[in-house]
Design a binder for this molecule. Structure first.
Ligand SMILES: Cc1cc2nc3c(=O)[nH]c(=O)nc-3n(C[C@H](O)[C@H](O)[C@H](O)COP(=O)(O)OP(=O)(O)OC[C@H]3O[C@@H](n4cnc5c(N)ncnc54)[C@H](O)[C@@H]3O)c2cc1C
Length: 371
């Protein structure tokens, strides 16, 4: 009988772990959504929702390597390491228990309205995506708060797509993108200025009491850094106020901030048969195993563990600086910023002929069926 791998959280990285595990195991992917709802590219999601859905909202049945993988729509409510089981609450409120030989925790974080652990169907995901986009696109004067990749991506995409709007980008440091290489920060700052974004550095906005930053607001923004209040038609809060999706995870697996403690092999400290990856895993200071091929490493390490070859497990390595595309596809193509500060650009003609069909769909996802 095949050994069973349960993947707790079937978003960006959980899905890629399943794809990288191959056909030797009985794999069960569990999550509250009926399809992949990617956390990537919020700028594109809000400004071009139709185009975003083509690549980032994908039925599981389209992934060739998921043939044979059982997906279960539900929320895990408990992990019991003693009986090696997880309990799942399904959308009809019934409960199901699943046994595992190896467990992967990839439940991510709740962040704004674009990443959450809400049980929902495809219609409601589509409606919520369209509604958020319409709200933003109807406004004339837009404020975006929070200098990370999410805020920068929305500000740049909105200004480039809608030059008639006034886009103000507030962040608390001198430059956006903390955690990125200084050269990347300079280059991104210039890109935002060229796109017509009004940059407002050294502005620390006051988050209203009890507000979870999970919706747009229309009230004036106040700043604890001393500047006058700012009135925008609409404000997007991308301040990195994230809550780890950990309410089903035993307390001894978590660090003081609520993220899963992992060893250098992305195994949960103290548990040989439990692994963690993605935004929930405290793998490195940036918790960046989602974008540093942690899913590939787990494909290998889980194989090694279940075959009794612990000795051949590989160690997870992460660069000092964050990296990635930041702005997504722009008029001149897609620029990928590197950890050591350089960048390269895929020209526009390559995006639909090479990048997505070959690099993304074939190499990363190992094959996607046509819609
Ligand atoms: C191929 C790739 C490229 C990337 N490129 C970039 C880039 O260029 N720039 C950049 O900044 N970042 C990039 N990222 C990183 C990305 O922004 C996030 O880090 C990534 O989306 C996080 O993935 P995740 O699986 O941890 O979380 P999610 O995708 O949020 O998945 C977690 C899933 O678990 C579910 N869940 C939560 N609680 C439960 C529960 N109790 N039971 C069951 N399920 C639960 C959630 O609802 C969700 O579906 C990239 C990631 C990937 C995979």
């Amino acid at each position: 009988m095949k050994k069973r791998v349960v993947i707790a959280g079937f978003g960006d990285t959980g899905l890629l772990v399943a794809i990288n595990l191959g056909k030797d195991f009985d794999i069960v992917g569990i999550g509250p959504k009926p399809c992949l709802v990617s956390g990537q590219e919020l700028g594109m999601r809000l400004t071009q929702p139709k185009a975003w859905k083509k690549d980032y909202l994908m039925p599981f049945s389209r992934y060739k390597q998921l043939r044979g993988v059982r997906t279960l729509q539900g929320l895990i409510t408990a992990i019991d390491p003693r009986t090696t089981t997880v309990t799942v609450r399904l959308h009809d409120d019934s409960e199901q228990v699943e046994h595992y030989d190896a467990l992967v925790i990839s439940s991510g974080v709740t962040n704004g309205f674009w990443r959450n652990n809400v049980l929902e169907n495809t219609d409601s995901i589509n409606q919520n995506t369209d509604r958020a986009s319409q709200q933003l696109l109807q406004a004339q004067l837009v404020a975006i708060i929070g200098g990370g990749a999410t805020g920068a991506s929305v500000a740049a995409n909105l200004a480039a797509r809608c030059p008639e709007k006034s886009v103000y980008f507030f962040f608390s440091e001198d430059q956006p993108l903390p955690g990125y290489h200084p050269k990347v920060r300079n280059s991104a700052e210039q890109h935002l200025l060229d796109a017509g974004v009004n940059l407002r550095p050294n502005h620390r906005a006051v988050i209203p009491d009890g507000f979870q930053c999970d919706r747009f607001t229309t009230e004036p923004i106040a700043f604890s850094s001393g500047q006058d209040d700012f009135n925008a038609d609409i404000t997007l809060w991308a301040v990195g106020k994230m809550t780890p999706n950990n309410d089903f995870i035993p307390a001894d697996m978590l660090n003081d901030n609520g993220f899963v403690k992992t060893d250098p092999f992305l195994r949960v400290d103290g548990y040989d048969n439990v692994f963690a990856v993605g935004d929930i895993a405290a793998s490195d200071p940036h918790r960046s195993s989602a974008r540093n091929w942690g899913y590939r490493l787990l494909g290998h390490n889980i194989h090694a563990y279940l075959d009794g070859r612990n000795i051949s497990m590989k160690r997870y390595e992460s660069p000092r600086y964050r990296w990635g595309s930041i702005f997504g596809v722009q008029g001149d193509g897609l620029r990928v910023f590197q950890p050591e500060g350089s960048s390269f650009r895929f020209p526009n003609w390559t995006i639909r002929t090479l990048l997505f069909p070959l690099a993304v769909r074939t190499m990363i996802y190992k094959g996607i069926h046509k819609a």
